[in-house]
Design a protein around this ligand. Sequence first.
Ligand code: SF4
Ligand code: SF4
Length: 427
Amino acid sequence: MSDHTNDPLKRVEEQLKKCVKCGACRANCPAFTAFQREPAVARGKVALTQHLLKDDIDLDDQTYLAMSKCLLCGSCVEKCPNEVPTDEIVIAAREALAKKRGLTTFHKAVAQVIQSRTRMKLGAKAAGLLGPLFFKKVPQNSGLRLRFPLPFVGNQRYIPAIAKTPFMERYPEVIEGEPGKPRIVFFVGCMINFAYPRVGVATVKLLRHLGCTVIIPKDQQCCGLPGMSGGDIVTVRELAQQNLTALEKYEADYVVSSCATCGGALHRLYPLVVGKRNPELRDRLERLAKKTVDIAPLLRQLGLDPAETGAGVSGKVTYHDPCHLRTRKLTTQPRELITTTPGLELVEMEGADRCCGLGGTFNVYHYESSMAINEAKSEAIIATGASAVATGCPGCMMQLDDGLKQHGSTVEVVHTVELLARILLKD
Ligand code: SF4
Ligand code: SF4
């Protein structure tokens, strides 16, 4: 039998055959909602990949563009009657295109940034120093808006301020807990480290409240998901290896993530995209995946009582399901934590399980379409009358915040752990 591990298209050949072209995926695909064109929907992506495999299609800009119109949200996979793994197929097709045509200028730049935490730190420091030149503060909130358009970013979006002190510089590597309590390695992720350190602080405070030992390995890197969006599997593999080494270094009961996207990378995409072609890494990546948990189910499992940590706020809160939690079926635990917090009333929005439109670099490449997908989400949040929307992914937080501000809304965007740790955060 031939070894197809180095040909991404061959690896998904059998999966491609499962698609019966029924078109059921059209009803659930946010990219189809935005573009209203067949190549944007799962069925179109599958057909395009079949042509790539047969090598009977031009590898021109249009092919690349068509394949970029996917948020890897997994909605089509959940609803497909034949269990076609379109997200895996799109990742394979993007890798094949990158191998044949090279990375785009944008994704070369992304690789430069995500390959080195040191480079990211320097960039964040420079952003902090030069920020006032480039950004203006948005009145009544902590967000920023660019003073003039920059390549790939424009000047329409609202973005979070870069933290003066990244999260990982605020804590020692090991914070000892009580004897006999769980030892937990915290995979922080770039968004929490540089943009939302308050989410990391709330996570640590909650775990410390439960007596856990919290370990924050200093040599952990970006999870690599931004590279996966562009088919840059070389960078993803390097980062997966580095993270594996950093996270395995400690004997721990769990590896926790408060970022749905990073957790999704460790839990599902590393074994799927990196492990499948690297037999020597496969077992280690699968062990890591088994240990990886999202913060919400972990807090439930460890018996957190939100009455002890999260009371002190009251009001209506609505909850948005991040795709990378929904596809892992982690939808009830965050809601249970919110509803057991005294003073909080959970009001469900319409379409809480629908993608917010971020989709990693989709939001950068197709900003207008990304915000068109977000339109219904912002309207649904506002319609609840809630004063805050909680979620479990810092990427979603950024997108929800941008969408709400574009609507002139003052609904607060928070991570679930911030609600749960309100009392602890006052210390
Ligand atoms: S991907 Fe699934 S839902 Fe979509 S056309 Fe193919 S079989 Fe039908
Ligand atoms: S992963 Fe999401 S955006 Fe991509 S084809 Fe499937 S439903 Fe559409």
